[in-house]
Design a protein around this ligand. Structure first.
Ligand code: NAD
Ligand code: TYD
Length: 351
């Protein structure tokens, strides 16, 4: 049996990756290693929590001795690393949390993997899940980020992810660690923590609260359905070339204001409101510091080398996403109110 440790499996993307692997590979032993920070939620995985090939381990990647202990206990053949601090706005108010988790945490995992595998690296794989934000920002000039685009991060979040990517390559080049990296565009879908644009807007529209749009809403993001990202991770984990980087994207650029306007019209229809009613909630607010203008991904390498492509049109994916949030009100209410909210706000303040 192959044992794979997936870090950050209780978070948004991680939970989709864990679910895919647990269901698709019954002969793999899937270990979800997560510290359950404010963003980690075991409710995300309630449907597979009792699967025979699934184990949850609560551990913090910033704590090297406990990572070594977990690695020695489970002896993984593969690591898929998603655990991170992931919200740009939080990185502006608390950059050190991002340096600790995203840089130090990644180095701890790399080092523990190197120590565990040093006698024989054959058949082993360390997969680092990263972001397109490491490449910086594009102008409105029709260009795309490729795997060869120079790193130029602007936020503490993207700088911490860029740094972790460099360490992953350094462990490959210096110690021969069999690594693979992917840099993906913005994800959307179910179980997305409601501090991020799409779930925040859905929740605010539902409760008739203002939808905060930064600046003039002119910034552009390339949006990919989270299940398509999970499929790409599966493909790259199994077939990607060791030492390689793959860009993952939806070829689906949207200005924030156009995306929010589309979301408002879907919500009007779903909630039986008059067309245009939800759009009245759009509120332009002070722009994010260092706000990257445009992200756009060229995923030709992944498509041509490994045969992956996005499966969903954005309108359909967004509609499915809205349906999920409206049908799972308890999930979002648990996060946005009461004890859990108090818990994660307190936890964050104390770091
Ligand atoms: P998320 O914030 O929803 O989840 C992060 C998970 O990591 C949580 O379960 C949290 O408990 C866990 N975690 C955080 N710190 C930890 C620590 N010190 N030790 C162990 N576990 C810890 O994040 P996400 O949006 O699912 O992103 C997952 C990964 O994908 C990140 O590495 C992120 O940089 C990358 N990524 C995200 C996007 C996106 O659009 N969300 C796009 C491209 C890449
Ligand atoms: P976000 O979901 O935070 O992802 P990222 O910053 O990693 O791209 O934000 C997506 C875009 O939406 C980004 O351009 C910032 C903008 N934004 C708003 O306009 N209002 C909001 O309340 C948030 C959270 C984001």
């Amino acid at each position: 049996m192959k044992t794979i440790i997936i870090t950050g499996g209780a978070g948004f993307i991680g939970s989709h990756v864990v679910r895919l692997f647990v269901n698709k590979y019954p002969d793999y032993n899937i270990v979800n290693l997560d510290a359950l920070t404010y963003a980690g939620n075991l409710n995300n995985l309630s449907d597979i929590a009792n699967a025979p090939n699934y184990t949850f381990v609560k551990a913090d990647i910033t704590d090297f001795p406990s990572i070594v202990e977990v690695f020695n206990q489970y002896k993984p053949d593969g690591i898929i690393h998603l655990a991170a601090e992931s919200h740009v706005d939080r990185s502006i108010t608390d950059p050190f949390a991002f340096i600790r988790t995203n840089v130090m945490g990644t180095c701890n995992l790399l080092h523990a993997a190197k120590e565990l595998w040093k006698a024989d690296m054959e058949g082993k794989r360390f997969y680092h899940v990263s972001t397109d934000e490491v490449y910086g920002a594009l102008e409105f000039d029709g260009t795309f980020f490729t795997e060869n685009t120079k790193y130029d991060p602007h936020s503490p979040y993207s700088a911490s992810k860029a740094s972790s990517d460099h360490f992953v390559r350094a462990y490959h080049d210096t110690y021969g660690l069999p690594v693979v990296i992917s840099n993906c565009s913005n994800n959307y879908g179910s179980h997305h923590f409601p501090e991020k644009l799409i779930p925040l807007a859905i929740n605010n529209i539902k409760h008739n609260k203002p939808i905060p749009v930064y600046g003039k809403g002119e910034n552009v993001r390339d949006w990919l359905f989270v299940n398509d990202h999970a499929r790409a991770i599966d493909t790259i984990f199994h077939n990607g070339k060791s030492g390689s980087t793959y860009n993952i994207g939806g070829n689906n650029e949207w200005k924030n204001i156009d995306l929010i306007t589309l979301l408002c019209s879907i919500m009007d229809r779903k909630l039986g409101r008059q067309e245009g009613e939800s759009a009245k909630l759009i509120t332009f607010v002070t722009d994010r510091a260092g706000h990257d203008l445009r992200y756009a991904i060229d995923s030709t390498k992944l498509q041509e080398e490994l045969g992956w492509k996005p499966s969903l049109q954005f309108e359909e994916g967004l509609e499915r996403t809205v349906d999920w949030y409206l049908n799972n009100e308890e999930w979002i209410d648990n996060i946005t109110s009461g004890e859990y909210k108090k818990y994660y706000e307190e936890q964050y303040k104390n770091r």
